[in-house]
Design a protein around this ligand. Structure first.
Ligand code: NAX
Length: 328
């Protein structure tokens, strides 16, 4: 295509925004043939900072960047959006109860979902990065009744990429030789990184998983708690790697996943693998360039079943909590 694609990024003055926007401007989201128009959404107090980021984007003179607008109004920022990256969210403050956190995020993702419903392009595709990502995506999807549910996704690609890297290191193979890993459930410490269907170099992932001590005491918790380990080491949360994962997610959604491989994304469940319908849960998925599909026919043994069920139970609890608040 030669007509520009409109990409809206919320939380544009934040840390992930800063790691993300320049890569989008450089053409890494939609490829070297697709010009991009960026629309940045921030809260009023951060609009000035977002304008500074827009100045720097100008100063890159990216040939593919067709323009940058900054707004604090969702109805302006999502106008004509083909891609919506919902990065800005309310972080959990000290002593904040979960219900307060969910309510504060409902106040963000409800109005943003309504704005997407009303003013985004007909083909809008949404990725929620801001935490709690799955439930924020559920709130946004529920607030956008005219947009197909399947267009709302939550990011578990960072978890997926973290798992790829851990497995490659363990097996002593290049990361490109690890395929068909799966992240199931919630983007939280309860997530389940599944090795049983993977291919690792010339070995099946189940070979590695046979070392149950490593699997349960090392691999699974290392992936699930990686975000905390990054905070501990850097004194700041994952930013460049989160931005990279967002780019991977959208790029694969548009370009399609490679033959013989799959990735992981939080998508609207229609009941696959016993995950209740209407949760946004992570699954092994492929994209045909338009829609995500859950990979079918995987055998789930009791070890995996128990862990998938535990993470899905957490998603159900979150849904109950936002239902009680009238947010979905
Ligand atoms: P920052 O606090 O640096 O930036 C967030 C930005 O969002 C701020 O500039 C803030 O003003 C803005 N914002 C808040 N409410 C907004 C609203 N209603 N509309 C528009 N903008 C709004 O956080 P950052 O490090 O960039 O992280 C952003 C989010 O990503 C957090 O919720 C974080 O928890 C989440 N993450 C999700 C990950 C995932 O894998 N799904 C991994 C990385 C990251 O932890």
């Amino acid at each position: 295509t030669t007509s520009p694609v409109t990409v809206t990024v919320t939380g544009a003055a934040g840390q992930i925004g800063y790691a993300l926007l320049f890569r989008i401007g450089a053409g890494q989201l939609l490829g070297p043939d697709t010009p991009v128009r960026l629309r940045l959404l921030e809260i009023p107090q951060a609009v000035q900072a977002a304008e500074g980021v827009a100045m720097e984007l100008d100063d890159c003179a990216f040939p593919l960047l067709d323009g940058v607008d900054v707004s604090d109004d969702p109805r302006t920022a999502f106008d004509g959006a083909n891609v919506a990256l919902l990065v800005g969210a309310r972080p959990r403050g000290k002593g904040m109860e979960r219900a307060d956190l969910l309510e504060a995020n409902g106040g963000i993702f409800g109005p943003q979902g309504r704005a997407i419903n009303d003013v985004a392009a007909d083909d809008v595709r949404v990725l929620v990065v801001g935490n709690p990502a799955n439930t924020n995506a559920l709130i946004a999807a529920s607030s956008a009744p005219d947009v197909p549910r399947s267009r709302f996704t939550a990011m578990t690609r960072l978890d997926h990429n973290r798992a790829l890297s851990q497995v490659a290191r363990r097996a002593g193979v290049p990361v490109a030789q690890v395929r068909r890993l799966s992240i199931w459930g919630n983007h939280s410490a309860s997530q389940y990184p599944d090795l049983f269907h993977a291919q690792v170099g010339d070995r099946p992932g189940s070979d590695l998983a046979a070392d149950r001590g490593w699997l349960t005491d090392d691999f699974i918790p290392t992936v699930a708690k990686r975000g905390a380990a990054i905070i501990e080491a850097r004194g700041a949360s994952s930013q460049a790697s989160a931005a990279n994962a967002a780019i991977d997610h959208v790029r694969d959604w548009y370009a399609g996943t490679p033959e013989g491989d799959w990735t992981s994304a939080g998508i609207w469940s229609t009941g696959e693998y016993g995950v209740p319908e209407g949760l946004i849960s992570s699954f092994p998925v492929t994209s045909d360039g338009r829609d995500w599909s859950v990979v079918e026919g995987l055998e789930i043994d009791p070890f995996s079943r128990e862990r998938i069920d535990a993470s899905v139970a957490e998603l159900l609890e979150e849904r109950e909590a936002v239902r009680a608040l009238g947010l979905v």
